[in-house]
Design a protein around this ligand. Structure first.
Ligand SMILES: [Zn+2]
Length: 250
C-alpha cells in the first residue's frame, strides 16, 4: 500500500467526513455530555462494518473495532466542546443564541479524522488481505483532560500494540512527545452564612477555606516532582461580597 493510495481513499470520503464534522460543530456538546456526537460516529462506523462496544462507567465513550488478531492498532478520537466558545459556522466571532459551548480547538475535526482513518485502513486491510485489528476509541471529556483516565481505569487500552492520535493545528507536524496523565477533582467546603456588614462575627466563610487550601497547594508545588503540575479554578466563590459564603468549591 502506498501513502498515495491511502490518501486517495480518504479523499473519497470527504463529503461524509465534512458532514460529520459540521454536525459535531453544531451539536457542541460539553465534556461527558457528547451523546449525539458519539452516536453519530458509532452509527457511521457500524454502517461501515465495525463492531461497536461501550466502555463501562464512561458514558459517551465507545470502541469501534475491525479485525481479529494481532497487531492491534488504536486510533483515538474526541468530540467535546468548550464552555464560553459558542460559535456559528462563520469567519467572524459570532455566538449561537443561547448556547454556551463551542468547538474552540477543533474537536469536531479530531474525532472525525480518526473515523476517516480507521475506515480507510479497514478497506486497505481487506483489499490487501492484511492481518490485524484496527480500533477507534471514541473518547469523551478531553477538555477536562479526564476522559481517557477513566477509560484506562477500565483496562481497555492494555492489549494495544500501538496507538496514535492527532490534534488540529495550524501546521502539519509529527508530535513525538508524551503528555501528562491527569486527575481532576472538586473540593467543597461548607461554612455558616451571615450578613457580612451587619454580623460578620456570626459567619464562617467557606471561601476562606478555599483560599487557604489554594495557598497550601501553592506551597505544595515546592515539594513535588518536576514533571507534575497542579492547577485550580474556583468554581464557586460565593454569591455577593456582603454575604459570608456558606458554600464554596475549588
Ligand atoms: Zn483540543
Amino acid at each position: 500500500m502506498s501513502k498515495k493510495q491511502l490518501f486517495d481513499n480518504i479523499d473519497q470520503k470527504e463529503k461524509d467526513l465534512k458532514e460529520m464534522a459540521s454536525k459535531i460543530w453544531k451539536y457542541a456538546e460539553g465534556p461527558f455530555k457528547e451523546v449525539k456526537s458519539s452516536k453519530l460516529q458509532k452509527d457511521y462506523l457500524k454502517s461501515k462494518g465495525f463492531t461497536i462496544k461501550g466502555v463501562p462507567n464512561v458514558e459517551a465513550a465507545f470502541i469501534a473495532e475491525f479485525g481479529e488478531c494481532k497487531p492491534i492498532l488504536g486510533i483515538l478520537g474526541e468530540y467535546d466542546a468548550l464552555p464560553g466558545m459558542s460559535q456559528k459556522i462563520s469567519e467572524r466571532k459570532e455566538a449561537v443564541n443561547g448556547a454556551e459551548f463551542g468547538h474552540g480547538c477543533g474537536h469536531n475535526l479530531l474525532g472525525t479524522g480518526g473515523v476517516g482513518a480507521v475506515e480507510a485502513l479497514k478497506e486497505i486491510m481487506i483489499n490487501e488481505n492484511l492481518q490485524g485489528t484496527i480500533r477507534y476509541y471514541g473518547c469523551p471529556g478531553e477538555e477536562t483532560l479526564s476522559g481517557k483516565v477513566l477509560m484506562a481505569r477500565e483496562d481497555i487500552f492494555n492489549d494495544l500494540d500501538a496507538c496514535v492520535t492527532w490534534h488540529p493545528a495550524s501546521m502539519n507536524v509529527v508530535w513525538g512527545c508524551s503528555f501528562l496523565a491527569l486527575n481532576s477533582m472538586k473540593f467543597r467546603f461548607k461554612g455558616i452564612p451571615a450578613h457580612a456588614a451587619a454580623a460578620p462575627q456570626a459567619g464562617r466563610s467557606a471561601l476562606d477555606a478555599v483560599e487557604l487550601m489554594n495557598v497550601g497547594a501553592n506551597y505544595l508545588r515546592e515539594h513535588i516532582i518536576q514533571e507534575a503540575r497542579v492547577h485550580y479554578v474556583i468554581t464557586n466563590g460565593g454569591l455577593a461580597p456582603n454575604i459570608v459564603p456558606d458554600n464554596a468549591e475549588v
